[in-house]
Design a protein around this ligand. Structure first.
Ligand code: CP
Length: 309
């Protein structure tokens, strides 16, 4: 039996380096299969999604991933059109969705929501973003992108810039990177520094430098992971306005980076990477979004099939 069979994906902290590498190997296998063979992997299976927050990439990449491996998807992408509006609880909504599907994908504004759903659901649950806490499948696609584009993860110098306080992808990425030998520079405004309560463990495992100054690190980085300032999570708009536009990665910054450095972003982007960077060879954020479809196909294939694929 493969070790991912019928298992939830709640936190990237639950994965060892060996398990992450197994996911990457399975993703490569997906990439090398013909469309015909891919469609056999989850033939006749149903993915159910519940999105209590907006999403473009995560929901559509799960949908597209499931279709490409022969399954189908159903779910709620706009919670205001569901019986949640009548007062139905998350617990009951999850119970119902687990009747109609073989695997559940949940995005919810509360930390702990996916773990709670996994306790209720008879079917495996995948965390597609829980509050400011985690987005584990994003981290898997981020690590896979780094590995594909840089041919390795160990030994790299990685800058993470932007909203490090509220950006859940940052926490999952840091915990994923904790399995590797990397040098990480955390670059943010003072008020958006990484939350120390959520990084206590990771600080013991990762070589981390915290700074507000992106300029002094640019020429040293192999990867620059840019994040959006998460306006919707600020308790006070005045505080958001103080940090809005703190860092904008443009061609001027890119010129000062290594020729083969790559720029990543989990997306959506607002103004933190200027559009003229998109056509450079360093911009890899759209490839990153595409890899998300394949890493998610691999995860679904492994969770749904007892003997893998
Ligand atoms: N990266 C990401 O989670 O994007 P969406 O919010 O569009 O799903």
């Amino acid at each position: 039996m493969n070790e991912f069979y019928q298992k939830d994906i709640i936190s990237i902290k639950d994965y060892t380096k060996e398990q992450l590498e197994t996911i990457f190997t399975s993703t490569d296998k997906i990439l090398n299969l013909s469309p015909f063979d891919r469609r056999e992997i989850c033939k006749g299976k149903t993915l159910g999604y519940l999105f209590y927050e907006p999403s473009t990439r995560t929901r559509l990449s799960f949908d597209s991933a499931m279709a490409s491996i022969g399954g189908n998807s159903l779910g709620i992408s706009d919670i205001t059109s569901s019986s949640t509006q009548k007062g139905e609880s998350l617990a009951d909504t999850v119970r119902i969705m687990s009747i109609y599907s073989d695997i559940l994908v949940l995005r919810h504004p509360l930390d702990g929501s996916s773990r709670f759903a996994a306790e209720i659901s008879d079917k495996p649950v995948i965390n597609a973003g829980s509050g400011t806490e985690e987005h584990p499948t994003q981290a898997i696609q981020d690590l896979f992108t780094i590995k594909k584009e840089k041919k390795k993860i160990d030994g790299l110098k990685i800058g993470i810039v932007g909203d490090l306080k509220y950006g859940r992808t940052v926490y999952s990425l840091l915990h994923g990177l904790g399995n590797y030998d990397v040098d990480v520079r955390l670059i943010s405004p003072e008020s958006l520094r990484i939350r120390s309560d959520s990084t206590y463990e990771i600080k013991k495992r990762l070589d981390l430098t915290e700074t507000t100054d992106i300029e002094e690190h640019l020429d040293d980085l192999d990867v620059l992971y840019v994040t959006r300032i998460q306006k919707e999570r600020f308790p006070d708009e005045e505080e958001y306005l103080k940090v809005k536009g703190s860092y904008v990665v443009g061609l001027d910054m890119l010129k000062r980076m290594k020729d083969d450095a790559i720029i990543l972003h989990p997306l959506p982007r607002i103004d933190e990477i200027s559009a003229d960077v998109d056509k450079t060879k360093n911009a890899k954020y759209f490839e990153q979004a595409e890899y998300g479809k394949y890493t998610r196909s691999a995860l679904l294939g492994m969770i749904i099939n007892e003997n893998g694929f």
